[in-house]
Design a protein around this ligand. Structure first.
Ligand code: GLN
Length: 479
């Protein structure tokens, strides 16, 4: 079967009886079997997916008017998103056998529209990481080169699309976890504005940053999935009541875009030479296409990572306190009293990176240090938001690479967490400001690994961002 790259083409083929849903699911199951070495899936729902596919095939025959808008959409789900009566473990030992009694709002909304979830995919533990190496299930391998990381934390989601084992994947993005793996795997990764999609049923990492996002082969599929998942939700008071537009129907951007890029980013010490060249070539090509690309000062750039890691670890230390060996998941067999139950269950259940972050977060929140670290970081976040707003008073978009460096070898940085943190520099900005951002495939590095470029728009300007992204996708720029 030829690879489908958008739901529109899948649905057309289904309605013209060129393919059945059952054949589609069978094909994806074969693809999953063929890519087992890449360690993408933690669990595959073969029987369930086949059964749903047969029912959908009947519906196509007998009541096509009642088909949901996502019929033919075969999805994989990051292992941090709850799906009723299915396991969700956050790739951790502490939730190893945990079955969710309910579905995330986002999952409910896609299921109602006839999407089929084919399986649960690997990720960094509790979505903390940039390499997918922090998982109890082991590393995920990039399809472009199995020796390289796929990025993280939604590494399984990205490779599931890259390896054509599903049409699209859901991931989560707290500091880049959808966009950076999309960049490393050559797929489209979209994170909406904070508050667009309900976080109900998403295992909480850093609640003021977390958003569910999509990994797809096309901008159209990202737009449609987002449109279906977005909107206010009584179960998450941080969801916005802003109108959800028909982003999947939006027309391609026309006219001149005013695009800012950070001068400080282009001159940054940590920027790989090839990434810099690609950025420069991208700027020139977009200028040639008639757009305005203007360097702007963003002197807060080097504060982004420290601020992010103070705030997110603080939130994580509070969010992860619920895993106490009593209420959910793993309970230590070695404990003899209550305090020991907490201590041993948590010591056995959390991985090294998660422990590091809980400890750091607890420290920055502790009396005597709160003002110096957490309070200060909140102030810096506010400044970053203000500065970003000022840019969007003048510009349509901000353009940045998703990552300052190309995908690196599995294992190469495991002993240097700070080096890994620093590589989040360009994606974290959007989470800090709560703005929507997309990573689009834009060619390859000399070694063949994919390169992705990122565009961000002002808060709740998804329409403009999707419209420009469609245009960019059609330009097929290669740099
Ligand atoms: N790499 C970042 C981190 O480890 C982002 C993770 C994410 O977006 N979930 O925090």
């Amino acid at each position: 079967m030829a690879k489908y790259t958008s739901l529109k083409t899948v649905q057309k083929a289904l309605l013209n009886a060129e393919v059945t849903c059952l054949e589609l699911v069978q094909y994806y199951l074969e693809q999953i079997a063929a890519s087992l070495d890449h360690n993408i899936y933690i669990e595959v729902y073969s029987d369930e997916a086949l059964e749903k596919a047969s029912l959908l095939d009947q519906k196509i025959q007998t009541e096509p008017e009642n088909l949901g808008r996502l019929f033919g959409m075969i999805l994989s789900l990051k292992d941090v998103i709850c799906h009723a009566d299915h396991k969700v473990t956050g790739a951790s030992r502490i939730l190893e056998d945990y079955k969710s009694p309910f579905s995330a709002t986002a999952v409910e909304r896609v299921l109602v529209e006839d999407a089929i979830i084919i399986g649960r995919v690997n990720c960094d533990q509790f979505a903390m990481g940039s390499t997918n190496e922090n998982s109890i299930y082991g590393s995920v391998k990039n399809l472009a080169d199995p020796g390289k990381i796929p990025g993280g934390s939604s590494g399984g989601s990205a490779v599931s699309v890259q390896a054509d084992t599903c049409l699209a994947a859901l991931g989560s993005d707290t500091g880049g976890s959808v966009r950076q793996p999309a960049s490393f795997c050559g797929v489209t990764g979209f994170k909406p504005s904070y508050g667009r999609i309900s976080r109900y049923g998403l295992l909480a990492y850093a609640s003021s940053f977390d958003q569910i996002g999509t990994l797809t082969n096309s901008v159209e599929d990202a737009a449609l999935l987002t449109e279906i998942m977005a909107g206010s939700d009584d179960f998450d008071s941080t969801t916005s009541s802003q109108t959800v537009e028909s982003w999947s129907e939006i027309s391609t951007f026309s006219g001149k875009a005013k695009i800012a890029y950070f001068k400080d980013a282009l001159n940054h010490d940590g920027l790989d030479k090839e990434v810099r060249e690609k950025m420069q070539s991208m700027i020139e090509q977009l200028q040639l296409a008639g757009h305005e690309l203007i360097p702007v000062d963003f002197d807060l750039l080097d504060y982004i990572i420290p601020t992010y890691y103070v705030l997110t670890t603080a939130e994580a230390s509070a969010n992860l306190s619920r895993y106490d060996g009593i209420r959910f998941g793993h309970r230590s067999q070695a404990a003899t009293d209550l305090l020991e139950t907490y201590k041993k269950s948590r010591a056995e259940g959390f991985g090294t990176e998660v422990k590091r972050r809980i400890m750091l977060g607890t420290f920055v929140l502790s009396a005597g240090y709160y003002d110096a670290f957490y309070g200060k970081a909140q102030q810096v976040r506010r400044l970053i938001q203000q500065k970003t707003e000022e840019i969007f008073n003048v510009f349509d978009f901000i353009m940045m690479p998703a990552s300052p460096v190309p995908p690196w070898d599995i294992g190469a940085k495991v002993d240097d967490p700070v080096a890994i943190y620093l590589s989040d520099i360009f994606t974290v900005h959007a989470n800090m400001a709560g703005i929507p951002a997309i990573c689009l495939p834009a060619g390859n590095f000399q070694n063949g690994m994919p390169f992705g470029i990122q565009f961000a728009a002002n808060r709740f300007e998804e329409s403009k961002l999707f419209s420009f992204s469609k245009y960019f996708q059609d330009l097929k720029l290669n740099c």
